[in-house]
Design a protein around this ligand. Structure first.
Ligand code: APR
Ligand code: PHB
Length: 394
C-alpha cells in the first residue's frame, strides 16, 4: 500500500492550491484527478479573482503569469435603461479584482507542482474512500494504465467538485444539504474579438440578462441568460451575436465587437450548500461542498478561501496534534460561504428576467438597480462583496 499524509481528490483550483499550501509547510500529498491534464487545463470557467485570491497566489510565488497577463479592474458597469451606471470598486473599497481565466490558474498550479518534481495522478478512475472515521483513511482507484492502486493517508481532502465522489462518502444522516435551482441557465461563449468595453458589463434587459467579460486584449467572454432546457444546436453564431447586441444596446451607440466563436456551452444555475464540510478525516472544499450561481463570480474564490483555511487546519492536526482548527473548519468556512451565497443570489435575482416575467418584479429589480447605483451605501455594499470580504470575515 502506498503512503502519503494528505490524499487530495480533484485537481481543480481547490485541490491544486491545497497541494501547494501543504507543500509549503512540508506536508506530503498525492493528488488524484479523474480527467486528463489536457481536459482540466482547457475547461473554460469563470475568470474573476478577488484581491485576497491574488494575494494568496502571490504569497506562494504562484502569480507570475497572473501578474503579467491578468487584467486589473477598478470598477464594473451595471447597464439598465439603455445607459451605463458604473460601480467604482476601487474608490468605494480601496480594492480591485483581477480578470484571469480559472483554467489559466489551473495551468499555472499544475506546471508549478510538476516543476518541483511532484506528481499528479491524472485519469484516476473509480476513486473510492474507506475508513474515513479512523486515523488511517485509505483511497483506492484504478490508474491511467489500468492498475489497481491503494493509498493510506492521514487525511483526505475532497476537492472533486459538485459531481465528485467525496461528498457522497459522507453518510446522508450526517449531512444537511440546501439546494436551490434557478429557472434559467447561461449560454457562455469565448470570442476571438477584442473586448468592447474596458470593464465587465452586467445589463438588465427585458429579454434577459447578458454579461460582457473578457480574457485578454484579444478575447471576449460573453454570456446570455437562456432557458435551462435550451439546446446549443438552436443557437447559431449569428443568433448569439444578435441577442447579445440587443441585450447590451445603449442609447449612446455602444458597439459590440464580434469575431469567431472559439467555445460555446450551456451551464445550469444553482445554489447548493453542504453542512457539514468534514466527516472524520475527510474534509470537503470548493464545489464539492457548495455551488453558487456565477453572477457574483464567487465560485473559485470560495474554493480558494476554503483551502486557505483547510491547509493550516491539516498542518495543526497532523503536525501539532491540535484538532481544534479541524473541528472549527465547517463553521468558519460556512460563514463566508453563506455570505457569498446571498450575494450571488442577490446579483442573480436582481439581473435575470424570469421566463413568465412579472411586471411587478421587473419594477422591483429596476428600483434595486437604481438604488444600488445612486446610493453610496448600496453601491459600497455591492462593491465590498464583489471585490471579496477580508479573509477573516467575520
Ligand atoms: N475522482 C477524481 N477527481 C474527480 C472526481 C473523482 N471521482 N470527480 C471529479 N473530479 C475532478 C474534476 O474532474 C475536477 O477537475 O475534481 C475536480 C474539481 O474541480 P472543480 O470542479 O474546478 O472544483 P473546485 O476545485 O472546487 O473549484 C471551484 O470551479 O466549478 C468551478 O465555479 C466553480 O469556479 C469554481 C471552481
Ligand atoms: C467570466 O469572465 O467568465 C465571468 C465574469 C464575471 C462573472 C461570471 C463569469 O460574474
Amino acid at each position: 500500500m502506498e503512503r502519503t499524509e494528505v490524499a487530495i481528490v480533484g485537481a481543480g483550483p481547490a485541490g491544486l492550491l491545497l497541494a501547494h499550501l501543504l507543500q509549503a509547510e512540508g506536508v506530503d500529498t498525492v493528488v488524484l484527478e479523474a480527467r486528463s491534464r489536457e481536459y482540466v487545463e482547457h475547461r473554460v470557467r469563470a475568470g474573476v479573482c478577488e484581491h485576497t485570491t491574488v494575494a494568496l497566489l502571490r504569497g506562494l510565488g504562484l502569480a507570475d503569469r497572473l501578474d503579467r497577463e491578468g487584467l486589473v479592474h477598478g470598477g464594473l458597469t451595471l447597464r439598465f435603461d439603455r445607459a451605463d451606471h458604473r460601480i467604482d470598486l476601487a474608490a468605494l473599497t480601496g480594492k480591485s479584482i483581477t480578470v484571469y481565466g480559472q483554467q489559466e490558474i489551473v495551468k499555472d498550479l499544475i506546471a508549478a507542482r510538476l516543476a518541483t518534481g511532484q506528481d499528479i495522478e491524472f485519469e484516476a478512475a473509480d476513486v473510492r474512500l474507506h475508513e474515513l472515521t479512523t486515523d488511517a483513511p485509505t483511497v483506492t482507484w484504478t490508474d491511467a494504465h489500468g492498475g489497481a492502486r491503494e493509498l493510506r493517508a492521514d487525511a483526505v481532502a475532497g476537492c472533486d467538485g459538485f459531481h465528485g465522489v467525496c461528498r457522497a462518502a459522507i453518510p446522508a444522516s450526517a449531512l444537511t444539504c440546501y439546494d436551490h435551482v434557478y429557472p434559467y441557465a447561461w449560454l457562455g461563449v469565448l470570442a476571438q474579438a477584442p473586448p468592447s468595453h474596458e470593464e465587465l458589463i452586467y445589463p438588465w434587459h427585458p429579454r434577459g440578462f447578458a454579461l460582457h467579460s473578457m480574457r485578454s486584449p484579444e478575447l471576449t467572454r460573453l454570456y446570455l441568460q437562456v432557458n435551462p432546457d435550451e439546446r446549443l444546436d438552436d443557437w447559431s453564431d449569428a443568433r448569439i451575436w444578435d441577442e447579445l447586441a440587443t441585450r447590451l444596446a445603449t442609447d449612446d451607440g455602444f458597439t459590440l465587437r464580434q469575431g469567431p466563436l472559439l467555445e460555446k456551452g450551456i451551464t445550469p444555475m444553482r445554489s447548493f450548500v453542504t453542512e457539514t464540510m468534514r466527516h472524520g478525516r475527510l474534509f470537503l472544499a470548493g464545489d464539492a461542498a457548495h455551488i453558487v450561481p456565477p453572477t457574483g463570480a464567487k465560485g473559485m474564490n470560495l474554493a480558494v478561501a476554503d483551502v486557505r483555511r483547510l491547509g493550516p487546519a491539516l498542518v495543526a492536526l497532523l503536525r501539532k496534534n491540535d484538532s481544534r482548527p479541524a473541528e472549527a473548519y465547517t463553521e468558519r468556512c460556512l460563514s463566508r460561504v453563506w455570505r457569498a451565497e446571498h450575494f450571488s443570489y442577490f446579483m442573480t435575482t436582481m439581473l435575470h428576467r424570469f421566463p413568465d416575467a412579472d411586471p411587478f418584479v421587473d419594477q422591483l429589480q429596476l428600483s434595486q438597480l437604481r438604488y444600488t447605483t445612486r446610493s453610496t451605501a448600496a453601491a459600497t455594499s455591492l462593491a465590498e462583496n464583489y471585490v471579496g470580504l477580508p479573509f477573516d470575515w467575520p
